[in-house]
Design a protein around this ligand. Sequence first.
Ligand SMILES: [Zn+2]
Length: 83
Amino acid sequence: MATMKCSRCGSEKIMTDLRIRDCYDVGVGQDLQVEVQRNPDALIFKQAHRESLRATVCGECGNVGLSVENPQALWKAYTEQKD
Ligand SMILES: [Zn+2]
């Protein structure tokens, strides 16, 4: 694996692929997600596609970068959106 460097401070203490948890009760939570709705105007079947967010965090300065696990699937849903 290639060494990553923080874009802000240049540190190599980079933690990758960290989950971002949204906890709304003790022991209950889920990963934060981004959502694309293929048909946002539909009353029921909005055909949403969701991908979990993953964070890359610098262990020196705390700089955070976000990415999704499966951007191709999200892009596909995005390009299929109805106006
Ligand atoms: Zn940093």
